[in-house]
Design a protein around this ligand. Sequence first.
Ligand SMILES: Cc1ncc(C[n+]2csc(CCOP(=O)(O)OP(=O)(O)O)c2C)c(N)n1
Length: 668
Amino acid sequence: MNNEENATSEITFNKKDLSSKTLLLLYKNMLKPRLIEEKMLILLRQGKISKWFAGIGQEAIAVGVTMALDKDEYILPMHRNLGVFTTREIPLYRLFAQWQGKASGFTKGRDRSFHFGSQEFNIVGMISHLGPQLGVADGIALANLLKRNNKATVVFSGDGATSEGDFHEALNVAAVWKLPVIFCIENNGYGLSTPSSEQFVCEHIADKGIGYGMEAHIIDGNNIIEVYTKVSELVQSVRENPRPILLEFKTFRMRGHEEASGNKYVPKKLLELWAKKDPLVNFQSYLRAESILSEESEVEMKEAIMKDIHDNLEIAFKEDIIEPNLTIELNDVYQDFVYLEVSPNAKLKEIRFVDAISESLKQSMEKHKDLVIMGQDIAEYGGVFKITEGFVKLFGKERVRNTPICESSIIEAAMGLSISGIKSVMEMQFSDFVTSGFNPIINYLAKVYYRWNQNADVVVRMPCGAGVGAGPFHSQTNEAWFTKTPGLKVVYPAFPYDAKGLLATAINDPNPVLFFEHKALYRSIRQEVPTDYYTLPFGKASLLKVGNEVTIISYGAAVHWALETLEKNIDISADLIDLRTLQPLDEETIFSSVRKTGKAIILQEDSLFGGIASDISAMIMEQCFEYLDAPVKRVASIETPIPFAIQLEKQYLPKDRFEAELKLLLNY
Ligand SMILES: Cc1ncc(C[n+]2csc(CCOP(=O)(O)OP(=O)(O)O)c2C)c(N)n1
């Protein structure tokens, strides 16, 4: 059915056993967003708000769906779903303040329009990238499933966003895990200027759900009674029998994508046909005809809403604009974390790097009773590096979850778990594959605390690094992609003792942590490690060697290359700093060492340009210039992708060049 056929089908209301009170509430809840939007269009023309995405003509969906849910059930709306926010009864001045970038909004002026969430109202707003909403809903639904609380989760998407990979991953994960989530797709005919016919070729979006083995229904999105009754019935059914459902709501976008872009490209005839199907006007006529809504009570209703809008706008307009305060901004990037020191016990056992990670993970699973681990092949198979071997027996499959090959969706699901108060660790099979989950890490996890003070309690384990002859897609060390993104913490241990304690801290930390584990160290580096659970602090480097001539700064496998070089050259007197964590970075240890030695060399496994060595070098230049006896040196891999053949990989890596560079610096 195309947009024209959908438009010509009549709206037939059947109130079934709905009371007049409910019918009037449905009407009032649709009227409110309509009147707010009409007011916003005026304010936009007056230059008093900056942007508006109109949902006029689509109100029945947001309102009917929200009314079908309990208030403590999470709902994840998009940019045309004002009705979700108003039906959840968010005070209007807070919405208006949000759109004006004022402090009473939900993001302290840090994000615009509907890009916010609120735990108080159980609403999780979108990020601009649209699709990630769906995976986040999976995570919330997973939390509900694990808590066995019989709650449903509802998430919205437009027809355009169903072309995104996130949509397909989220549906697949929900289907495989039987998550109690309802995907509400508003098929309004267009994604910006692109008609549905250029977006997908299946007849209905509902067919996509069926493709994932999911129950799917088509609903007339302009018929409020149909939306409300059908969704109520399905929500109840999902609560009782947890499973995902896809709902396609046929509707139409009556205005431009956003007001400034207009809608000249939409055929006039379509707009005329759909205007006749206006959800509010039709429902009003029905209620009048049924003598449920009198003219008098309608005027009264309208006046009350208009007064509410007017009064709340006045509050928002009167509120002062935000005064920028550097300290407040910088302090709101990470959630406060009070590090709890758990000291190591005296009993030691020699273990490998890989065992240290496994042991730490196991002990954290014991300590945090609801901690969930997710990753490809991590359950019965134990993961490709066997780090989670035996975990299913100990903790069960609910907490040790094999995932489909859906990196984005799983990171988004981890975000959803965090929204529901559950910690998670995701094992990236190889750190190289993080590119397939890059968007939610960079745009969701990293920014969510700053945007609306919602933390992302997620650890992503990143088996990384070269020296194993595995070529361009299984050998990268890609920490620099993340150290430059505010909001993420980056940990990169070089020894079993550090790996065990730092992973425990990463899991305790309520912020998103990228935990790099160098594969070449997994089975080659052994150390005596305390047998019990313990923690180590972030932002504290370790001084592995003490000397006077030069400061060597490194992390990960490269620390071992530096150690080898010093063991070979026992006459060199050097401070060797193992950074251990890159974000936060222990600047003080670096600076005090360089002030003592007067020379600094940074050894990094990654290729040179844009790596963390460059930043450390710049910081030393700025902070220790007067103490330097030579330019700071950076030693890193060459500027090519990392090759497969062992002799090419050897040439690529800086290991063999380090000794010569170190001697050059010492002789400067
Ligand atoms: C990843 C990404 N690509 C493109 C855009 C630009 N964009 C924002 S909304 C939109 C159209 C979305 O269409 P649809 O999902 O049908 O929702 P509608 O706006 O029709 O409600 C586009 C292309 C974006 N925000 N994010």
